[in-house]
Write a protein that binds this ligand. Structure first.
Ligand code: ZN
Length: 264
C-alpha cells in the first residue's frame, strides 16, 4: 500500500534507530516521534517492536487527538505523552523518550541535574528540571497522559525552546526539538551531561555550579540575542522572561551557609 506520509514516517523511523545506535536504549525501551505541524500529524514507533526489526512502514501516523490515520500496529504505549507535548509546546517537531542510564539515575534520585560545566550551558542555562513524583491518584488514572501533565506542570513559567529536556521523577527522560533529529540530539546531550554531572559530584560532592558569567557566555553565544556560534536560532524568550530567568539563575548559584550549592 502506498503511504501518503512516507517522509514523516521516515523521520520518526530514523530518529528511533538513532536512539538505539547511540546506546540510549536496550531492547525496545524508548521511543521517538516526528510531528508535521502543516498537516497536524505525528508519526511514532509501534509498541513493543525491537529496533533492529523496525521498518519505515511500521511507523504509526496519528492526529493530535490520537486517532490513527495510518498503520497496522499498535502505537507506542507512551503515545499520549508525546501527543500532549506536541499540543502544548509550540514549535516542537520531535519528541524522544528514553531510560538512558545516567539521565534516569538522576530521575530516580528525583533530582534536577545541576549546571556544573560549559557543555551543559551550551544547551540550557538552568539545571535540567525534574518533575514531581506522580501521585497514586494520577498513576491510577490515564497514566501516559498524566506523565504529560507532570511535564507541563514542571514547565509552567519555563520556555521549552530554551530548555528542551526534562527528567520525569522515578522514570526517565523526555527531550524535544524542532525536529525528531534534534530531539534525539538533545537526548544524547542529556545523557552526556547527566554522566558528567554524576562524575563531577562523585569526585567533589560539593562541586559548585558553573559561575553565572560562564553560563551566560556559553548559552548566549549559541542561543542569545547576539548568538554567534553555529546557526543558533532557537526560540527567544521575551526581555522580561530573560531578566526574570537571569535573576532566578543568579539565585540558584548562591552557595548556602554550609558552603554547598543550594538545590532548587
Ligand atoms: Zn518510560
Amino acid at each position: 500500500m502506498r503511504s501518503n506520509h512516507r517522509e514523516l514516517k521516515k523521520r520518526a523511523w530514523a530518529a528511533n534507530l538513532e536512539i538505539a545506535k547511540r546506546g540510549l536504549a536496550i531492547y525496545n525501551f524508548g521511543n521517538a516521534s516526528a510531528f508535521d505541524p502543516e498537516v497536524g500529524l505525528v508519526a511514532i514507533k509501534p509498541s513493543g517492536v525491537a529496533y533492529q526489526d523496525l521498518s519505515v512502514e511500521d511507523m504509526i501516523v496519528l492526529d493530535l487527538e490520537g486517532k490513527i490515520v495510518e498503520g497496522r500496529l499498535r502505537p507506542s504505549s507512551d503515545t499520549r505523552t508525546h501527543l500532549m507535548l506536541f499540543r502544548e509546546m509550540r514549535g516542537i517537531g520531535g519528541v524522544v523518550h528514553t531510560h538512558s542510564t545516567y539521565a534516569t539515575g538522576w530521575a530516580q534520585a528525583a533530582m534536577p541535574i545541576p549546571i556544573l560545566g560549559t557543555t551543559h550551558a551550551d544547551y540550557l542555562d538552568e539545571d535540567v528540571p525534574c518533575t514531581e513524583l506522580m501521585s497514586a491518584e494520577a498513576t491510577a488514572g490515564d497514566y501516559e497522559a498524566e506523565t504529560g501533565v507532570q511535564i507541563l506542570d514542571c514547565f509552567r513559567g519555563r520556555d521549552p525552546s530554551r530548555t528542551p529536556m526534562v527528567l520525569v521523577a522515578g522514570h526517565g527522560a523526555f527531550t524535544w526539538g524542532k525536529s525528531a533529529e534534534q530531539a534525539v540530539h538533545h537526548a544524547v546531550v542529556l545523557e552526556e551531561i547527566a554522566r558528567m554531572a554524576f562524575v563531577t559530584r562523585a569526585i567533589a560532592p560539593a562541586a559548585a555550579r558553573l559561575p553565572e558569567h560562564l553560563v551566560r557566555k556559553h548559552f548566549d553565544r549559541k542561543h542569545g540575542a547576539d548568538a554567534y556560534y553555529g546557526q543558533g536560532e532557537r526560540g527567544r524568550a521575551s526581555d522580561g522572561e530573560r531578566s526574570r530567568r537571569r535573576a532566578g539563575a543568579t539565585k540558584r548559584q548562591r552557595p548556602s551557609r554550609n558552603g554547598r550549592p543550594e538545590e532548587i
